[in-house]
Design a protein around this ligand. Structure first.
Ligand SMILES: [Zn+2]
Length: 82
């Protein structure tokens, strides 16, 4: 977990940390995808590690990215089970 305050560009949800199922530190780098826990929107860390909406090309990449799709599936499972 990495402490980082941000705002989801899709729903405005305020985030206060990042997590990564494959990396316990989860320090993001610019261009990394971020999935909103509240709305499941996939955004991108910009050069200042603020979140922005992806470009159409980035969104197409995320739609094909196995890790992003697995994380979205995991999020849906957790939320439906809660
Ligand atoms: Zn959101």
């Amino acid at each position: 977990m990495y402490v980082l305050k941000n705002t989801c560009p899709f729903c405005g949800h305020e985030t206060d940390h990042t997590t990564d199922p494959g990396d316990s530190i989860a320090f993001p780098v610019p261009g990394d995808p971020s999935i909103c826990w509240k709305c499941a929107g996939v955004s991108v860390f910009d050069d200042k590690l603020d979140l922005r909406k992806p470009t159409p090309a980035e969104k197409a990449d995320f739609d094909k990215d196995k890790d992003v799709q697995e994380a979205l599936a995991c999020l849906r499972t957790v939320k439906e089970g809660a």
